[in-house]
Design a protein around this ligand. Structure first.
Ligand code: 5GP
Length: 189
């Protein structure tokens, strides 16, 4: 998606060879016009797969998953990282390593929000090693729902996450693919 690539070049901060900071548009401040266009693009790419629901994980996946769900006119569910007082006891829960925090965290979805046979589109902001996506996929499997595809805003293709999920026969679409962050330079595929 050209608009996203342009914005990444304008505001992206290369933190290291492995990490790109997009706090100006996606991960801290949110650019609503851009996020709306990204949701429109994911909806265009995945409409034919007839998703019943969009699933993401808090917090940075939420805006993109929301605009995708809005364009598809289906509900959006986000996995929580902390159990709240109001949350049901009955949850699907998975332990995943967090790429940016360097710790292991639990992600959970109330079991009444994912149903057997439901068609689920998974959306997230970045894919690096693929742990977050695999955790969400395991939650979908536990619910006996059906994964129709994975939409990622920024795929760092020099890390293994995207390809490891494609190898399982799962459709992965990313709006921007970065092949390198070496020497402070953002290079797209
Ligand atoms: P993975 O689980 O695929 O290793 O990492 C994906 C998660 O880590 C994403 O949900 C995202 O929040 C975070 N992440 C991974 N790489 C980056 C990055 O380069 N920049 C930012 N801002 N977040 C990242």
């Amino acid at each position: 998606m050209e608009l996203l690539k342009q914005r990444i070049l304008e505001v992206g901060v290369v933190v290291s060879d492995q990490v790109l900071k997009l706090d100006a548009i996606l991960n801290h401040q949110v650019d609503p016009v851009l996020i709306m266009e990204m949701g429109k693009e994911f909806a265009r790419l995945f409409r034919e797969t007839k998703p019943d629901k969009v699933l993401t994980v808090e917090s940075s996946g939420i805006p993109i998953a929301y605009t995708t769900a809005l364009h598809l006119e289906v509900p959006m569910v986000f996995a929580r990282r902390k159990k709240t007082l109001t949350m049901d006891q009955d949850t699907y829960s998975e332990r995943v390593p967090s790429f940016t925090k360097g710790i292991v965290t639990d992600i959970m979805v109330s079991s009444h929000l994912l149903h057997k046979g439901e068609r689920i589109l998974l959306i997230d902001d970045f894919i690096a090693n693929g742990d977050a996506a695999r955790g969400l996929i395991r939650i979908i499997e536990k619910a006996e729902a059906e994964l129709v595809g994975v939409g990622i805003a920024v795929e760092k293709s020099f890390q293994a996450g995207g390809s490891s999920i494609r190898e399982r026969g799962i459709r992965v679409e990313s709006l921007a693919r970065i092949s390198s962050l070496a020497n402070g330079q953002i290079t797209f595929n």
